[in-house]
Design a protein around this ligand. Structure first.
Ligand SMILES: [Zn+2]
Length: 167
């Protein structure tokens, strides 16, 4: 695998049925990690079935191959920093997710860089000709409201590095 892409689901704060198809790991509001339908290995080489349905976790348009999909459940109804909707991400959820990504980086021998651990938003910015362009996950972290949109990727990588080296 070559990278981890971090998302929010845009749904409620527990996984919904379709979320299982789209991500390898889902994290609910309590920080519980839930496995998706497809194993990480399904995204090594992405294939479709005879009805052209994905046999992999389709989470990052234009970049599913080699990408581990991790998603925090929530943010349905998000409008902006002043109105994050009824399902804002929680602190325990974010921290559990950062810890999980640190573990995945160890497991898959990934460095923690902007090219190897990124938000879906960052992937879309770096790949403007894909369907990931314009994705808003993650432009705001409710538990860390002072972190600016442009700094969120680096903030997350710093957190992941802390878990990577301390634990
Ligand atoms: Zn996404």
């Amino acid at each position: 695998m070559k990278r981890v892409i971090l998302h929010w689901t845009g749904g409620a704060n527990q996984p919904c049925f379709t979320d299982y198809n789209h991500y390898h790991y889902l994290i609910n509001k309590d920080g519980l990690i839930i496995n998706g339908k497809f194993p990480v290995s399904a995204n090594e080489i992405c294939k479709n079935d005879s009805e052209n349905k994905p046999l992999y976790a389709a989470h990052c348009g234009g970049g599913n191959t080699g990408s581990i999909g991790v998603s925090m459940c929530g943010m349905h109804g998000f409008k902006n920093s002043k109105d994050a909707g009824q399902y804002p991400l929680t602190k325990i959820q974010c921290e559990s997710t950062f810890k999980l990504i640190a573990k995945l980086c160890k497991e898959y021998g990934l460095q923690i860089t902007p090219q190897t651990v990124m938000t879906h938003y960052e992937f879309g910015k770096a790949h403007p000709n894909t369907s990931s362009a314009g994705k808003i996950d993650i432009i705001y972290l409710p538990p860390y409201p002072d972190v600016k949109q442009a700094d969120i990727g680096n903030f997350i990588r710093t957190k992941i590095k802390w878990y990577f080296f301390k634990h």
